[in-house]
Design a protein around this ligand. Structure first.
Ligand SMILES: O=C1O[C@H]([C@@H](O)CO)C(O)=C1O
Length: 545
């Protein structure tokens, strides 16, 4: 089946947390419309850029774009962005049931509200390996009052202006900023604006809900909890999980989970759902929503205090949850037992000519003006640096626990070329930032593939011993994975999808500041590129017949 959508993307004044600012909407909505589809369907989205003075690109997060690498929606990697007034047709197949996302992938637009859910059901006659009565989706985000533009300029200025902690946390696009906490011009912050009434999930007592929880935060790692209700984790990034029960779910930007919740508590009242910041010292109020037991009034506040959530600076339970996620029995895709290539990515904060940057192996990524996909397919060698970027770092001498003696980095647009159909291991290695005794959480997202998560650990990854602890039996496959503070994460994937694919930290500011790489594979197998992805940089005129 073909699922056709026509979207108009524009800025509108909105007050998702009671504070009025410019929000990017799709057909008037933020979050945008949910895309519902069945495995095997073709999705067509005709997007018109009505942002007036900004370009646009939309990424289909978790969709691998097999055979349609030009529809991945990543500016300067797979397409020229849409200029204001342009319409672009994204067309791709959803080849696996599960929970996915879409969001802006031009500059830092995602965090202006340009995002939504994709929900793919199994083909006819195939049932999910767990039972539920109802299916609901929520996306968690953090929210800033400064415009994305002001943030981007601050990040690229001397002196550096950090974005800081968010002003509020939103659950499915709704939050509450305390208007009395900061003076705002009259009419800008209005606590009684109905736009910022809490999100309500109504449940029928006794029924089981599949709640698809996703995070698209700009910065924050989150914990999510439902007062008085356990959650059974059953899906992650479109793969079935061997079920396990949690009180709170840790979730990082770019991840999706399905949890089962049974409405089996006292039905005479409502309950809180809450989300709170972890991994960074919180300066943001917890995000709240209401779990409404039918037929109680949906807006009636629960008689209790919202659950507080876990303490922010304890990494142990976060690492433990990461390690608990295994592929479900009967749905295990065993990884190849070994790999053809191992690439180590040291994650560091750097300075380049006085500018703050983020890097892998001390190289901070800069985007060319021409999409890699076109440059590679049409041999436009001038577009980017043709030398291979580093495959590792100075393992013997680099102390991951201290601020580096020399924090200088370099900037490059060189890419990793992978031999088609080979198996590649990626070791993400965390380190101290430029602040003493500080290491952050980085959620890494891979376009065009799922990877096996072979393991997580603390400290410096040891290629001789830590590889022996890899889970080669039932590792989960994902597209986004956390790298915990001072830790390592080991991934394996098959370079089997012809195209050019981003791999990056999903923290919007870190991505913007260069924490990304590009992989390219099987370019000679890429089909004829649509001229609609061309027209910028070295492809000027290529879009004309
Ligand atoms: O990129 C970042 O910059 C700040 C801080 O390191 C300097 O202000 C921070 O917390 C980041 O994640």
């Amino acid at each position: 089946r073909i699922r056709y959508h026509k979207w108009d993307v524009k800025y509108e004044f909105r007050s998702p947390d009671c504070y009025k600012k410019l929000v990017i909407t799709i057909n008037g909505m933020s979050p945008g419309p949910t895309i519902l589809a069945q495995q095997g369907d073709t999705i067509i989205v005709e997007v018109t850029n009505s942002l007036i003075t900004e370009n646009l690109a939309i990424h289909w997060h978790g969709i691998r774009q097999k055979g349609t690498p030009w529809s991945d929606g990543t500016e300067a990697v797979t397409q020229c962005p849409l200029v204001p007034g342009d319409t672009f047709k994204y067309q791709f197949t959803v080849d696996r049931a599960g929970t996915y996302l879409y969001h802006g992938h031009y500059g830092m637009q995602r965090e202006s509200g340009l995002y939504g859910s994709i929900r793919v059901s199994p083909p006819d006659g195939v049932s999910e390996p767990f039972a539920y009565d109802y299916d609901r989706s929520i996306i968690l985000t953090d929210w800033y009052h400064k415009s994305t533009y002001e943030q981007a300029v601050g990040l690229s200025s001397i002196p550096f202006v950090w974005v800081g902690e968010p002003q509020s946390l939103l659950i499915q696009g709704k939050g509450k900023f305390d208007c009395s906490s900061a003076p705002a011009p009259s009419g800008v912050c209005n606590a009684s604006n109905p736009e910022c009434s809490p999100y309500v999930l109504t449940v029928v007592p006794g029924k089981t809900y599949r709640l698809r929880v996703a995070s698209l935060t700009a910065l924050s790692a989150l914990s999510f909890q439902v007062e008085g209700h356990n959650m059974t984790v059953v899906e992650a990034d479109g793969h079935y999980v061997e079920p396990f029960v949690v009180n709170n779910l840790f979730i990082y930007s770019g991840e999706t989970y399905s949890v089962l919740i049974k409405a089996d508590q006292d039905p005479s009242r409502n309950y809180w759902m809450s989300t709170n910041v972890v991994s960074r010292k919180p300066e943001t109020a917890d995000g709240l929503a209401i779990l409404n037991y039918y037929p109680n009034h949906p807006q009636r506040s629960p008689p209790t205090l919202p659950p507080a959530g876990p303490i922010w600076n304890n990494t142990a339970p976060r690492l433990a949850q990461s390690q608990a996620i295994k592929a479900r029995q009967g749905f295990i895709h065993p990884p190849p037992p070994s790999s053809d290539r191992v690439i180590v990515f040291l994650n560091t904060q750097n300075t380049i000519n006085g500018y703050f940057r983020w890097s892998v192996n001390n190289v901070s990524f800069s985007l060319p003006n021409t999409p890699y996909l076109v440059a590679l397919r049409q041999n436009l060698h001038r577009v980017f640096n043709q030398n291979p970027p580093p495959e590792g770092y100075d393992f013997a001498n680099y102390d991951i626990y201290s601020k580096a003696n020399n924090t200088n980095g370099t900037s490059s647009n060189a890419i990793y070329r992978l031999q088609f159909n080979t198996t590649v291991d990626i070791i993400l290695q965390n380190a101290n930032t430029m602040t003493v005794s500080n290491s952050e959480t980085h959620p890494w997202h891979l376009h065009g593939h799922d990877f096996w998560v072979l393991g997580y650990g603390k400290g410096k990854f040891d290629i001789h011993n830590d590889t022996k602890k890899y889970n080669l039996v039932n590792p989960i496959m994902k597209n986004t994975v956390p790298l915990h503070p001072y830790g390592w994460t080991a991934l394996r994937f098959r370079a089997d999808n012809p195209g050019a694919w981003l791999f990056h930290c999903h923290v919007e500011a870190h991505f913007y500041m260069g924490m990304r790489v590009v992989f390219a594979e099987g370019i000679e197998k890429v089909g004829k590129l649509p001229s609609s992805i061309m027209g910028c940089g070295e492809t000027k005129g290529f879009d004309k017949p």
